[in-house]
Design a protein around this ligand. Structure first.
Ligand code: ZN
Length: 320
């Protein structure tokens, strides 16, 4: 069987086991962190990551796919420390997480030049290490597929075609970015069976999600706990309906949890929780609440659990 790159080196794809396909061991702005390092407590960040990943491990998780790319503070040294200290495999990516902005460095270089940076991460290693990227990341959000976002998508697509590397694309169902994202990948000749459109679970519109599945891509029901986008009951109803309609082989279930995130001041998390914008957001919510609820509704059994949490991540990452 083929190999999958992790922060501790390549592993046999068949050994990935139960996989959370979208979690962040740390999320922060690398520019702010580089300019004001004293505003960050690395030891506290590491402890939070070890706690979150350790909790997931207790629920049987063997592998975590971490789509932290440029602008999320990707740091393979940090990720490797978390993997080594927890015994959970972490799968890193390359790419650019931007809803529109590009620094002049990339604004003044074309998509092929951008793709060449991604290929370097895939073929040689990330950040001066021999840790190689296992997949490509890009994003489209409220602004839609802007010119810059399209450029990143085309660069990601070209690296995917060149290296056979899978893609995860952050999407925003509220403005229906998914179909256009898939269209760009198709135009570039990407194998759509290696594409995952993330955050589809933010909508309860099953037919929108089925439209994407019909293109052959995986869809992420991957923001459990982020009630501000969609509450858990509606997420579960969507998941159950998709499972009943026979789409288990196209679904990815995860939480998009960030063990730490610098987007808001520290007091905000409590405010978000008290306002109901997040609820039990963690790396274990899907095992503590989602899987039991889907089982109770008769939508998920042992075999479809295996499909969603073991087979789909493996197939998406390795192609087999
Ligand atoms: Zn994410």
């Amino acid at each position: 069987m083929s190999e999958v790159q992790t922060v501790e080196g390549p592993v046999d794809a068949g050994s990935l086991g139960v996989t959370l396909v979208h979690e962040h061991v740390r999320f922060r702005d690398e520019a702010v962190a580089a300019e004001w390092p004293d505003r960050y407590d690395e030891r506290w960040e590491l402890e939070a990551a070890l706690q979150a990943v350790g909790d997931a491990k207790q629920r049987g998780v063997h592998t975590i796919v971490d789509p932290t790319a440029m602008f999320g503070g990707r740091d393979v040294h940090f990720m490797k420390a978390v993997a080594e200290q927890t015994g959970v495999r972490i799968v890193p990516c390359t790419g650019i997480y931007s809803y529109d902005f590009l620094p002049p460095y990339f604004a003044n270089r074309d998509a092929d030049a951008m793709a060449e940076h991604f290929v370097g991460d895939i073929e040689r290693g990330i950040q001066g290490t021999e840790i190689r990227a296992a997949f490509l990341k890009c994003a489209a959000d409220a602004a839609g597929v802007t010119e810059n976002v399209e450029k990143i998508h085309r660069a990601v697509a070209r690296a995917s075609v060149q290296c056979g590397t899978p893609i995860m694309a952050h999407s925003m169902p509220a403005v229906a970015t998914g179909p256009r994202q898939v269209e760009i990948f198709a135009e570039e000749g990407v194998d759509l069976a290696r594409v995952q459109i993330a955050h589809c679970g933010d909508t309860a519109d099953v037919s929108y999600i089925e439209g994407l599945i019909a293109q052959g891509v995986y869809v992420g029901l991957d923001r459990y706990g982020l009630e501000l986008f969609l509450p858990i009951d509606k997420r579960n109803a969507t998941a159950a309906e998709l499972l009943r309609r026979g789409h288990a082989e196209r679904l990815m279930i995860s939480q998009d949890f960030c063990a730490t995130i610098d987007w808001f001041p520290p007091e905000a998390e409590e405010a978000f929780a008290s306002q109901g914008l997040i609820r039990n957001w963690s790396m274990t919510l899907v095992f503590d609440e989602v899987v039991p609820a889907l089982r109770e509704q008769g939508a998920l059994d042992g075999s479809s659990f295996e499909t969603v949490f073991v087979d789909n991540p493996r197939r998406w990452l390795s192609g087999s």
